[in-house]
Structure formats: structure tokens, C-alpha cells
Write a protein that binds this ligand. Structure first.
Ligand code: MF3
Ligand code: CO
Length: 259
């Protein structure tokens, strides 16, 4: 069942989105060569708590970290460790924050110092795929309109879409209905979007083949061919008109803003 959020819930989702995106930006700027992913994860957890939030991921199905940090061929759900990020790596950062009972979920991929132009382009196209998907998140469209738009953008540039992991509704829980595939899954029973739905749209795009594998840790997802993967995500509100991105820094609660 897809929940339609009431006005007071939407206001709460904006605040959660504001904290979640502010922390994501802070973590992205914090990343530099030589930091271990444990240090990056600790920084993320500290910033979430600084704003009065709680990690929406820590403890979810026993996930052991504050945020998800995935390097190069790691697609999503990387686990923090002693591993240090190096110049030329790309790092996907996924931050979910619970604030006052509601969750904002967002992700970005950044280069550590810099990266090869072909990998830079992978990141740009993945971000564009997310934006193209968001543009379809309007009342009257179906979930599959989002999926097709994302897939078209990624594949037009010669990249492939991960199929095993999908976007999702989000609210009081990290994962609510509907599932939002990033590819055309045939679209039978694809739900119609209605105002008040809040969706986490999150394409995972691979430079090479689409196939992925799970590491023995039970969390880290890797590309099977070892080539890099990028991941971008926003939490979005469906309205009668333009979709509203809830995970934006402007939504940070005013009492938390530094003047
Ligand atoms: N944004 C990711 C997702 O929606 C983060 C989940 S990590 C988990 O799947 F630990 F919470 F599973
Ligand atoms: Co998500």
C-alpha cells in the first residue's frame, strides 16, 4: 500500500530531507585522500547527531554503519573499514536520516581529489539519469515512467543499469511501497503516482556490465566485472505540478542553520 502523506507529515519530511542533504554535502566535502571509510562514517554519524537526527540505516536489518560508503566497483551498501580512499577513487555516499520520526534518504558519488574523465562522465550521466527520473515523478504518471526515463539516459550513454536494487517509497520507514526500478520491468501493475507520495529515486549505473555480486560480508554489492559504478539519490514529493525535492539543504530546520 502506497501511503499518501498528510500536510504535517510532508512538513516533517522536508525537515528530515534538509538534515539528510546537509549531512550528505558535509560528508562529500570531508572526503579526501588518506581517510579511512571508518573515519568518514564516524564523521557522518557525528554530523547526523549534531543536527538532532538519527541514522536511518544503523541497525536497519542489522546494518552496522551510520552511512553507506561504496568505493569504485562497490555499487551500494559498502561497510566502513580501515580501507583508505585514494586520489582517483570515486566514492558513493548514501545518507539516511530520521528526524522527528520521518526519514530523508539521499546519495551522491564524488571523486577523491579527481578521477579519470571516463569515470567523471559516468557520475555526470548518473546524476542526469536521476534528474530525468525525478522529472517524471508527477501525479498521473506511473512509476514505470520514472524507470524508463532513468534507463534511457543511462543506456544512451552506453552504461548499464543495476536491476537487483531499486528506489522506494520513504516516510516513517526507510523502505515503503512502491518499489521504483531503474529499468523497464514490463510495467504490469505499475502504480499511478498521486500527490502526497514521497519517493526515494536512486539509479545505480555501471560503467561496464550490469551484473553485480554480493561480498561475503552480506552487505557490500560489487560489479561483477570490477568496473566502477555510480549512485545518486533524492527523496522527492509528488505534487500536481513540479516534483519537489525534499532532500535539499534549504530545508534544514532554521534553528539548525548557521548564520
Ligand atoms: N538508500 C539505501 C536504500 O534505500 C540505503 C539502505 S542501507 C541499509 O536501500 F542499510 F539501510 F539497508
Ligand atoms: Co534509498
Amino acid at each position: 500500500m502506497i501511503l499518501i502523506k498528510k500536510n504535517h507529515e510532508i512538513e516533517a519530511m522536508r525537515l528530515a530531507g534538509g538534515v539528510s542533504s546537509t549531512v550528505l554535502h558535509e560528508v562529500a566535502s570531508f572526503v579526501r585522500p588518506g581517510l579511512s571509510t571508518l573515519e568518514i562514517d564516524k564523521f557522518g554519524g557525528d554530523r547526523i547527531r549534531y543536527y538532532g537526527g538519527k541514522s536511518a540505516f544503523l541497525g536497519y536489518r542489522d546494518y552496522p554503519c551510520n552511512i553507506c560508503i561504496s568505493i569504485n566497483e562497490e555499487v551500494v551498501h559498502g561497510l566502513a573499514s580501515e580501507r583508505r580512499v585514494e586520489f582517483g577513487d570515486i566514492v558513493s555516499l548514501d545518507v539516511g536520516v530520521c528526524f522527528d520520526g520521518y526519514i530523508g534518504d539521499n546519495a551522491t558519488t564524488v571523486a577523491v581529489g579527481g578521477c579519470k574523465p571516463e569515470v567523471q562522465r559516468l557520475m555526470e550521466v548518473t546524476k542526469q539519469a536521476l534528474n530525468d527520473g525525478i522529472c517524471q515523478a508527477v501525479a498521473g504518471n506511473k512509476v514505470i515512467d520514472i524507470s524508463r526515463s532513468i534507463q534511457r539516459t543511462a543506456e544512451a550513454s552506453g552504461y548499464s543499469i543495476v536491476r537487483e536494487f531499486v528506489g522506494h517509497g520513504v516516510g516513517k520507514k526507510v523502505h515503503e511501497d512502491p518499489q521504483i526500478p531503474n529499468f523497464d520491468d514490463g510495467g504490469r501493475h505499475s502504480p499511478v503516482l498521486k500527490p502526497g507520495m514521497t519517493l526515494a529515486i536512486e539509479p545505480m549505473v555501471n560503467l561496464g556490465q550490469r551484473q553485480v555480486e554480493m561480498l561475503e560480508d552480506g552487505w557490500t554489492v560489487l560489479t561483477s566485472d570490477g568496473l566502477p559504478s555510480a549512485h545518486f539519490e533524492h527523496t522527492v514529493l509528488v505534487t500536481e505540478g513540479e516534483p519537489e525535492i525534499l532532500t535539499c539543504p534549504e530545508n534544514l530546520p532554521s534553528e539548525q542553520r548557521e548564520s
